[in-house]
Write a protein that binds this ligand. Structure first.
Ligand SMILES: [Zn+2]
Length: 291
């Protein structure tokens, strides 16, 4: 009973398997059994069937949407006739395909092809025009060193793709347009400022402090400035003059990471100015002594 319950929960309301989960051995056996039973009941059932794949080939052009469009000759609508026609040439692992792709399946229009040859032939019939040049999928895959399987998949599964997207795949991330070194540098600073603003805003909101900074102001008055205490230009951020107030334009000064850490809640703004001078001296002597 418990088993059945689990089984049910793994299917959706329509009784279909939920995508992404593996079928258990018991489920697989049950499914095959059900399939075999319904197959045996068919009027065109052949008891002595050794090759279920032959039935699958017949099924593919009789019942699938794509197969129905291709169609087959009238006599092949009967499975027995089809089976007798193809069994002599059947080879295990070979692909059932048409000789003439513009004609439906029939006694005179079928062949069992080696898998590799079949797929190559298939790809050789599909032409793709890209940059005023028409080539087969395989040729494109060689030209741009892209896997053929990928191109084939995109070609068949994504009818809305452009030739470029079929060959190279759809770009998921939209790349920023080309920018000069200075522009890129500025972009970096802007990204940093944006993150800082969000963080300050978040902190102030939580403590119910006032906040009135913006990205442009922060870049100009903080990030592009030297530390107000020690004049260093490394890791400069905001220091609040009055720690009981939020990040506002009249309450923040540019301050390096070291001075910010040193000041903490222990020194006032004026006291820190004194300490800053000492820090600056120490930094200088370090540079001279090569530390
Ligand atoms: Zn400093």
């Amino acid at each position: 009973m418990l088993y059945l319950k689990t089984l049910e929960s793994m299917r959706n309301q329509k009784g279909q398997f939920v995508k992404g989960r593996k079928e258990t051995t018991a489920e697989k056996e049950k499914r095959i059994k059900k399939f075999t039973e319904s197959w045996v009941k068919r009027k065109d059932f052949i008891r002595d069937i050794k090759h279920p794949k032959i039935y699958n080939c017949w099924r593919s052009f009789m019942f699938t949407l794509k197969g129905k469009t291709i169609g087959c000759s009238e006599e092949w609508e009967d499975y027995r006739t089809f089976y007798n026609d193809v069994i002599d040439t059947y080879k295990d692992g070979f692909v059932f395909t048409r000789i003439n792709k513009s004609e439906p399946f029939s006694r005179n229009n079928f062949v069992w092809l080696d898998k590799e040859i079949a797929y190559n032939t298939k790809d050789n019939t599909i032409l793709l025009t890209y940059k005023n040049d028409t080539k087969t999928l395989k040729e494109w895959s060689i030209e741009y060193n892209v896997t053929l399987a990928g191109i084939r998949l995109r070609y068949h599964n994504h009818k809305d793709y452009t030739p470029e997207e079929i060959i190279f795949g759809k770009k998921k991330v939209k790349h920023r347009s080309f920018k000069s070194a200075t522009e890129l540098e500025y972009q970096k600073v802007r990204d940093k400022a944006s993150k800082m603003c969000s963080a300050y805003k978040f902190k102030d909101k939580r403590k119910r402090y006032e906040y009135d900074l913006n990205i442009e102001w922060l870049i100009k008055n903080i990030l592009y400035q030297r530390c107000i205490y020690c004049h260093s230009d490394i890791h400069v951020g905001c220091d609040r003059v009055d720690n009981n107030k939020g990040h506002t334009k009249d309450n923040v000064v540019p301050c390096c990471f070291i001075c910010n850490t040193v000041r903490g809640n222990y020194f006032t703004f004026e006291e820190m100015k004194v300490l800053g001078k000492e820090i600056s001296k120490l930094n200088e002597s370090r540079n001279i002594n090569g530390y």
